[in-house]
Design a protein around this ligand. Structure first.
Ligand SMILES: NC(=O)c1ccc[n+]([C@@H]2O[C@H](COP(=O)([O-])OP(=O)(O)OC[C@H]3O[C@@H](n4cnc5c(N)ncnc54)[C@H](OP(=O)(O)O)[C@@H]3O)[C@@H](O)[C@H]2O)c1
Length: 430
């Protein structure tokens, strides 16, 4: 039996989950691969902290370079998170001829191209299955079993915190703030949830998917991104009346040689496979020209699901080392396509207005929309559910239009005396 040696940087949630997965399934891994993966060093800056797991303290080190410069170590597993010093640690490990495994979507979305190039130049593998969809093996599938496909669409629910919050808001008819507090108390949301609820984490993951699926380089800063903080129970209730549910989606489409992409809350019909992805679960839905529609579903976070993905990468490297094929493995991240990148494309939209309760308003609004080429697919007017200020909600689903055109039309409507406010504009996926 051959042994491959690994060093882990960081022993938090994913670090402990990775170590536990290796402990739990060591015999199974040896049996199925003929390889043993031995963790010989772990970077732990607080060695006395209880990590809820039994680890021989002798393998703890305080300096990342005790791992990065160790000639015995084959694989460096980066699990500290954040862009720096994680990126520098990974780059230095690669330069030292180490294979690198990471779960770090923030560092990859920002510096994936540089790290992948460095890995190729140094003949080592850079693997990052846990960075998108946690335990879901989407990257493995996209870069092997599904390689025969040309994909035209990606839709992903790839953030467990926001999916949990939206699920609870839908099930309990509760408002965002109350559910966020409950999610924090149960450990489903961090004390500072900004990166999750503002959609940045989803944008990082979409940036990685765009490279894998379409071969384009789109940094997260160029992805139009909107989180869930403006979603309220009123819109969720109207969405339900339209037969839809609201999810935070990472969306990308290939249209006429261009890639459209964005991150935003979206109404999806209840019969869409993504509509039933609830709580902390993640799912990635794709359309390929051979496989047709396909969806991956599973736990997008948590120590063991994420540990499963990290260890999967470690096994792939161990097997490649054994076959002596690690040095010429194909890069996973690619930036070779000439597809043009554009932001949000044409979409259908849900719009809720508060208007005065008087006759003739609807005709006025629809003729204004008509001038912008915006057609109304459905409408709901409920004079029985007046707002506190005696205005009434007017709720529409519009046919496909550009967001800029829609925003201009809404600006014009806002100036009408009978329109009190444009309360919500939410994308609709049909
Ligand atoms: N949590 C998930 O379910 C999940 C899922 C998918 C991907 N990920 C990704 O996995 C990575 C790790 O996430 P996590 O949830 O495990 O985070 P975490 O629980 O905060 O663990 C991070 C660990 O890294 C250590 N660390 C941080 N900065 C360090 C530094 N400069 N030097 C040395 N050690 C440092 C921390 O040490 P102390 O404990 O001593 O402070 C901690 O042990 C992130 O990139 C995250 O995005 C996480």
């Amino acid at each position: 039996m051959k042994t491959v040696k690994a060093g882990i940087l960081g022993i938090g949630n994913v670090g402990t989950g990775t170590y536990r997965t290796l402990q739990l399934n060591r015999d199974k891994i040896i049996e199925s691969t003929g390889m043993d993966i031995e963790v010989t060093k772990i970077l732990n800056r607080h060695p006395d902290r209880d990590r809820g797991i039994t680890i021989d303290k002798n393998i703890y080190v305080q300096d990342a370079y005790d791992i990065i410069n160790d000639p015995e170590i084959d694989i460096v597993v980066e699990l500290i998170g954040g862009i720096e010093p994680a990126t520098t640690f990974m780059a230095d490990a690669i330069k030292n001829g180490k294979h690198v495994v990471t779960a770090n979507k923030a560092a990859l979305a920002e510096h994936g191209k540089m790290l992948q190039k460095l890995a190729t130049q140094n003949g080592v593998m850079l693997r990052f299955e846990a960075s998108v969809g946690g335990g879901i093996p989407i990257i493995n599938a996209l870069t092997s079993a599904l390689l025969s496909n040309d994909f035209t669409e990606i839709l992903g629910i790839v953030n467990g915190t926001t999916n949990y919050i939206l699920t609870k808001m839908t099930e309990d008819g509760a408002d965002y703030e109350a559910v966020l507090k409950e999610a924090q108390a149960k450990g489903f949301a961090e004390a500072d949830p900004t990166g999750d609820v503002e959609g940045n984490d989803v944008a990082n993951k979409l940036s990685i998917l765009l490279s894998l699926v379409f071969g384009v380089e789109v940094p997260p800063s160029r992805i139009p991104t909107q989180g869930i903080t403006a979603i309220n129970k009123t819109d969720i209730a109207y969405a339900n009346k339209f037969g839809c549910t609201i999810k935070l989606l990472a969306a990308a489409k290939k249209v006429d040689g261009k890639v459209e992409c964005d991150v935003q809350p979206t109404l999806i019909p209840e019969e869409h496979p993504l509509a039933s992805v609830n709580n902390e679960f993640n799912a990635i839905f794709l359309h390929g020209n051979a496989v047709d529609d396909i969806m991956f579903y599973g736990k997008g976070a948590g120590p063991l699901p994420t540990g499963s993905a990290v260890v999967g990468d470690m096994i792939a490297i161990a097997v490649a080392i054994d076959k002596q094929s690690a040095f010429d493995s194909k890069p996973l991240l690619r930036y070779d396509s000439d597809l043009e990148y554009m932001g949000e494309g044409k979409n259908q939209y849900y719009v809720r207005l508060s208007v005065d309760d008087m006759p003739g308003i609807l005709g006025n609004i629809s003729s204004t929309l008509g001038r912008y080429g915006i057609g109304i697919e459905s409408m709901m007017q409920s004079t029985h559910s007046k707002n506190a200020d005696e205005t009434v909600p007017l709720v529409f689903i519009f046919y496909e239009t550009n967001r800029e055109v829609l925003d201009e039309a809404m600006e014009e409507l806002k100036n009408r005396s009978f329109v009190k406010s444009v309360d919500s504009v939410i994308r609709v996926e049909k």
